[in-house]
Design a protein around this ligand. Structure first.
Ligand code: SF4
Ligand code: SF4
Length: 402
């Protein structure tokens, strides 16, 4: 969308309902960081313009372009969004602010050919190599070379198809999450497999407006998944989880999908996993936006931590009010100038709770908060995925040493 005449009736009704309360602005991590994004300004600006042009036949002439440098909505503002959904949740008028922002991003990326920073190269990597870095697809499962990974075979039935995702497949630190998940699946005796043809969901590309790339990848992934027989898909990445669970049905791929924390909680409750428990360290838990606000799952990662016997510390902004790590909406793939990075704001909040460990349930959150810890010079507080904490609890008492 680049002109008022291109707004759907639902979008018009949305922007016209803005009461200028500023709740979206107050909770917006991008606005807090000093980025040019102010969701209230975008929605109220569109609303004002609609009213100014009330007598213009927008449905016929489309209206003037309102997205672009020096125009009503600037690219820098649009690229500031992490798609965290905090604004949508806070908005008393239920305005779909994130959908509007992504809609305008599509115009910039697809019509103007102007995606942000180096993200064009990231799109190329996703398209050619099936991962954002451009590593060889042949190395996708190199992290498990010593684990004798079971690859899915046609005609076989599996309890679980484990979707690893690019981050844990290629990022050295996050590979430990995948190894932990495999360890837990084996420990619980789950009949599982990974899929040799797994490739990037291109979720970040969709959030950055590259809808064509996303849809091409979705069709290929759904086709590949359809070749195998499994009871459900397990993903430890909330972005993959949200994509496969909520978006793949539109491409013909409907399967039960669970986040690894949900499966771990279930395996502990049913007695298939036996963590040692006992007094553990203080773990401040940071909610992932795509697991929490997008999918309403706040309890399973906490239950996983409690099962590990750790002392779960709630941050002031948590659960539905949790603050983003700054890595969603494609923000992992390019830098933008701000006063203070969102991940640093969030890590400082977590550190104020004086934890031994910051617990996460998302590889993007892990990368973002780990990087914030480094830039703050903190090396005595580790960031760990909930699966890593549980593996420690199975092997003995949990310690913050990773
Ligand atoms: S989704 Fe998050 S980052 Fe984007 S405008 Fe809303 S609150 Fe701000
Ligand atoms: S929260 Fe909703 S109603 Fe309030 S200023 Fe933001 S968009 Fe407008």
């Amino acid at each position: 969308m680049s002109r008022l005449g291109e707004l759907t009736w639902k979008q018009r009704l949305g922007v016209d309902s803005c009461v200028r309360c500023g709740r979206c602005e107050t909770v917006c991590p991008a606005y807090m960081s000093g980025s040019p994004l102010n969701p209230k300004q975008i929605i109220a600006g569109l609303s004002d313009q609609l009213r100014l042009e009330v007598d213009r036949p927008l449905a016929i002439d489309g209206g003037d372009v309102v997205v672009g440098d020096g125009l009503l909505v600037t690219p820098d503002a649009l690229w500031g969004c992490t798609t965290c959904m905090a604004c949508v949740q806070a908005c008393p008028a239920f305005i779909e602010i994130v959908d509007d922002i992504v809609d305008m991003r599509r115009y910039l990326t697809l019509s103007e050919g102007a995606p942000p920073g180096t993200s064009a190269a990231t799109f190329k990597n996703m398209e050619r190599a099936g991962n954002p870095w451009g590593y060889s697809p042949d190395d996708r499962f190199a992290w498990g070379a010593d684990l004798d990974l079971p690859f899915a075979e046609r005609g076989q039935h599996y309890e679980v198809l484990y979707w690893v995702g690019c981050s844990a497949a290629y990022d050295k630190r996050n590979q430990r999450i995948a190894r932990s998940v495999v360890r837990l699946l084996r420990e619980a005796g789950v009949r599982f497999a990974v899929m040799r043809e797994e490739s990037c969901t291109c979720e970040s590309a969709r959030r950055l407006g590259e809808e064509y790339l996303y849809q091409t990848a979705a069709q290929a992934n759904v086709e590949n998944l359809g070749a195998y027989t499994f009871d459900r898909v397990v993903a430890h990445c909330p972005h993959c989880f949200n994509t496969i669970r909520n978006e793949y049905p539109q491409f013909g791929g409907s399967y039960p999908v669970v986040h690894h924390s949900q499966l771990i909680d279930e395996l502990v409750t049913s007695g298939r996993l036996h963590p040692a428990g006992g007094a553990g360290p203080r773990v401040a838990f940071h909610d992932s936006c795509y697991l929490g606000r997008y999918n309403g799952e706040f309890e399973a990662p906490r239950a996983t931590l409690r099962a590990a016997g750790v002392d779960v510390v709630e941050l002031p902004r948590s659960r539905a009010e949790g603050l983003c790590c700054g890595g969603g909406g494609g923000k992992m793939w390019f830098e933008a100038k701000v006063d203070k990075d969102v991940n640093v704001i969030r890590m400082e909040e977590a550190l104020a709770a004086r934890p031994d460990v910051v617990g996460v349930a998302c590889p993007f959150c892990l990368t973002m908060l780990d990087s914030a810890a480094k830039s703050l010079g903190v090396d005595d507080v580790k960031v760990m995925d909930v699966s890593e904490v549980l593996v420690q609890a199975i092997d003995g008492p949990v310690s913050p040493a990773v």
